[in-house]
Design a protein around this ligand. Structure first.
Ligand code: HEC
Length: 147
């Protein structure tokens, strides 16, 4: 009898845990809300290359590496990086990252090199989205030219 109760208890625990897990699983349809700070995204995703300059990534805090980049408009540089540039993978290699979070990470790295770029507001996000189209066109042309 005691065994049966224990078994029953274990089963119900498993069921409850299972249900909670299923509820917490994202359905993959709506994008995750952009809640992470630029610093958090940088540490989680970008630092892997940008902290050390791996693959010749512009190094975090290096004014020489970032100087020419932060002379570009914020929207253009963000969009170019977002779609990928040579060894810089699109979205920093993290397919589920939100554009807004990515953009904050770019601004965070730019600030470390002396830029005054703010975390993008709604108007800047619009500019980045427009720039994304141009960046994709540019990339498509480049890959054609290489063939
Ligand atoms: C796998 C390594 C890697 C990761 C991870 C990575 N980057 Fe990069 N990134 C690079 C490399 C390499 C370049 C230099 C590309 C070039 O100019 O050839 C670069 C360049 C850039 C540039 C300059 C783009 C330009 O137009 O020259 C920005 C901005 C940037 N990365 C942002 C980010 C952000 C934000 C993240 C994190 C969300 C990130 N990167 C994650 C490797 C990486």
């Amino acid at each position: 009898m005691k065994n049966a109760i224990t078994t029953l208890f274990l089963y119900s625990t498993l069921l409850v845990t299972g249900a909670a897990f299923a509820q917490g699983t994202p359905l993959g349809k709506s994008p995750a809300p952009a809640t992470k700070s630029g610093e958090a995204v940088y540490k989680e995703t970008c630092a892997a290359c940008h902290a050390t300059g791996l693959l010749k990534a512009p190094k975090y805090g290096d004014k020489k590496d970032w100087g020419p980049l932060i002379k570009e408009p914020q929207a253009a540089l963000t969009a170019d990086a977002w779609v990928g540039v040579r060894d810089m993978p699109p979205k920093g290699g993290k397919p589920d990252i939100a554009l807004e979070e990515f953009s904050r990470a770019v601004a965070y790295m730019a600030r470390a090199a002396g830029a005054t770029w703010k975390d993008p507001d709604a108007a800047m996000m619009k500019q980045i989205q427009t720039a994304e189209k141009n960046a994709l066109d540019k990339k498509a042309k480049e890959s054609k030219a290489q063939k």
